[in-house]
Design a protein around this ligand. Structure first.
Ligand SMILES: [Zn+2]
Ligand SMILES: [Zn+2]
Length: 144
């Protein structure tokens, strides 16, 4: 499976996940990704290879020994690592291939955004938000 950053100049390849995919709600992931949570999966180092753009990577040490690697051109946070551990943690949003499995857990809910509750099912739309017509946008074509 391959992954890449938003501008495409950084890419990597992995062989397999070392554990299930999770949604991480910790404050550091939220800040690093600018989102409610980050979807991540661990990969053993020998099963992770940079394909291109390694020279464009920069990292931020968000905890002592934890480096969050991002593309210095487009800002995509592609991978994180604890420098003394045998695996790395890819950020699933940058994966380009279907991994054939789905996230199984929400972790760090103790630090989750107060405005996001994964237990609440929201209406889904195939593309951008529907145009406001003054009518209710709930139900009917909304997928449950
Ligand atoms: Zn990039
Ligand atoms: Zn996290």
């Amino acid at each position: 499976m391959q992954g890449s950053c938003l501008c495409g100049q950084v890419a990597y390849e992995i062989d397999a996940f070392a554990a299930p995919i999770v949604h991480c709600h910790c404050l550091k992931c939220r800040k690093a990704h600018g989102s409610a949570f980050s979807t991540t999966a661990p990969v053993m180092r020998e099963q992770f290879r940079w394909l291109r753009g390694e020279h464009l990577l920069k990292h931020f040490e968000s905890s002592p020994g934890k480096r969050r690697h991002f593309c210095s051109h487009c800002g995509s946070h592609v991978m994180a690592e604890w420098v003394d551990k045998p695996g790395v943690i890819i950020r699933m949003g940058c994966l380009d291939d279907d991994p054939g499995e789905k996230p199984r857990l929400h972790i760090w809910r103790s630090e989750g955004a107060v405005w996001y509750d994964p237990a609440v099912q929201l209406p889904e739309w195939p593309e951008g938000r529907p145009r406001s017509s003054g009518k209710s946008t709930s139900g009917k074509s909304g997928k449950q």
